[in-house]
Every structure is written in structure tokens, then in C-alpha cells.
Design a protein around this ligand. Structure first.
Ligand code: SAH
Length: 219
């Protein structure tokens, strides 16, 4: 889908702001952000704010993540065309759309525990005709065993510990990124090797809504 002129200027502004603050260094990720219009993924009443570098409330007390954070997680995941990706926490579907753009003829599976949000993400992704995406309503703590293993796994909600089941569903040489810890969280990038799990990156200072479900039913 082509981004219309009204939003083009705003996207340019957002890209500049992200770069000035040290985010968005990868050209392919920049292109994905340009091609997947964020205003299609926010509630109607928030369209004007879609290109500000901030999270926006969607439904069920959840948020569409901040663009600079989405760019950082996507860059760290080092996505290649043709890969199979699992995302936990579809929310609006915007991060999903960016992943879907980058994998090309690969596939993105995204799991969301709120049925309303799973529907919201699905509708938003359909607007862009992203056909390499499947939205699944369910508990992401369980992963998606029928489609495992995955080349990449991204958790877009804060977890106290990365669920072991998700590490089991990661390919050897695969990467997993997640915000881990209490408040604030660290973005942790893990690699699965034949020798075990290696922590590749640990960047403190991020805030995400919590990963709920099987492990923590507090909300
Ligand atoms: N990537 C999304 C982020 C949404 S916020 C976006 O930018 O729009 C995190 C999402 O994780 C919320 O939609 C929340 O409902 C979902 N979530 C939390 N716990 C989950 C779980 N156990 N399984 C699946 N989704 C979960």
C-alpha cells in the first residue's frame, strides 16, 4: 500500500528524530518502517499522533510500541529474507508488519492473548495485504509448537524470565529478543547454539506491558 502525502512528511520527521537519538541505523529496517504505515495500526482517534516517537494506547490497556524501540528490536534480530519468525504479543500488528516486510517470502506467526487485539491486528495487517502473516489467538507462553522451530522469536511484552518453551522452539543459530526483568526491563538478545544459549546483548532501560498468561495470571 502506498503511504499518502499527508503522512509522508510525518514519516520523514519521525525517521529523522529516531536517527538523531541514535536509533535506526539499518537501511532495510528504515525501509520497512517507511513502507508499513503506522497510522493504519493505531485507533482512529490517535491517527494524528501515529508518527510521534511514543507508545499509543490501543485496547485492553495495551499499547502499540514506540517506533524507536520497534526499530531497535528489529535491528537486533538481524532478519533475513525467507526466515520463519514467531512474535509473542501482536497488539496492533505494526511490529508484525515490519517483520513481514523483512522476511519477504518467509513467514511470520504472531500470537496474541486478547481476542479483540488478535482481531485488531488481523484487520490492520489485511489492509496492507501482508499475506505472509498468520495471527493466532492464544497464550504465547506456550509458543507455537506445530510450526517450530523458528529462526527468530520476538517477545513484545515484559517477562521476568524468557519462557523455556520458547527457547526450545528456537532453531540452532536462531535469535530471540525479549524485554526481561521487573521495572524497567532490559532488552535481551539470546542466541541458541549447539553448546547452549548465549546472551549476545543486554541493553537496560526499556518499559513494556507485562507478558501475562500461563506463568503470571495477575491481570
Ligand atoms: N508489538 C505490539 C506490542 C503490543 S503490547 C505493537 O507494537 O502493537 C504487548 C502485547 O502482548 C499486548 O497486546 C498483550 O495483550 C500481549 N500479550 C501479553 N501477554 C501475552 C501472552 N502470554 N501471549 C500472547 N500475547 C500476550
Amino acid at each position: 500500500m502506498e503511504t499518502n502525502k499527508t503522512y509522508q512528511k510525518k514519516i520523514d520527521g519521525l525517521i529523522s528524530i529516531m536517527k538523531e537519538s541514535g536509533f535506526l541505523n539499518d537501511k532495510k529496517v528504515e525501509l520497512a518502517i517507511r513502507k508499513m504505515p503506522r497510522h493504519e495500526f493505531v485507533p482512529l482517534s490517535n491517527k494524528d499522533e501515529a508518527y510521534e516517537d511514543k507508545p499509543i494506547s490501543i485496547m485492553k490497556n495495551q499499547t502499540i510500541s514506540q517506533p524507536s524501540v520497534v526499530s531497535r528490536m528489529t535491528e537486533l534480530l538481524d532478519i533475513k529474507e525467507g526466515q520463519k519468525i514467531l512474535e509473542i504479543g501482536s497488539g496492533s500488528g505494526w511490529q508484525t508488519a515490519i517483520l513481514s516486510y523483512l522476511v519477504g517470502d518467509g513467514k511470520v506467526y504472531t500470537v496474541e492473548r486478547h481476542s479483540e487485539l488478535a482481531e485488531f491486528a488481523k484487520k490492520n495487517l489485511e489492509k496492507l495485504r501482508n499475506s505472509n502473516v498468520k495471527v493466532i489467538f492464544g497464550d504465547g507462553n506456550l509458543g507455537l509448537v506445530e510450526e517450530a522451530p523458528f529462526d527468530r522469536i520476538i517477545i513484545t511484552a515484559a517477562c521476568k524470565k524468557v519462557p523455556d518453551i520458547l527457547l526450545e522452539q528456537l532453531s540452532v543459530n536462531g535469535l530471540l529478543i525479549a524485554p526481561v526483568g521487573g521495572y524497567p526491563q532490559s532488552l535481551v538478545l539470546l542466541k541458541k547454539t549447539n553448546q547452549g544459549i548465549i546472551e549476545m546483548q543486554n541493553q537496560p532501560g526499556y518499559v513494556f506491558v507485562p507478558l501475562l498468561g500461563k506463568i503470571d495470571e495477575t491481570k
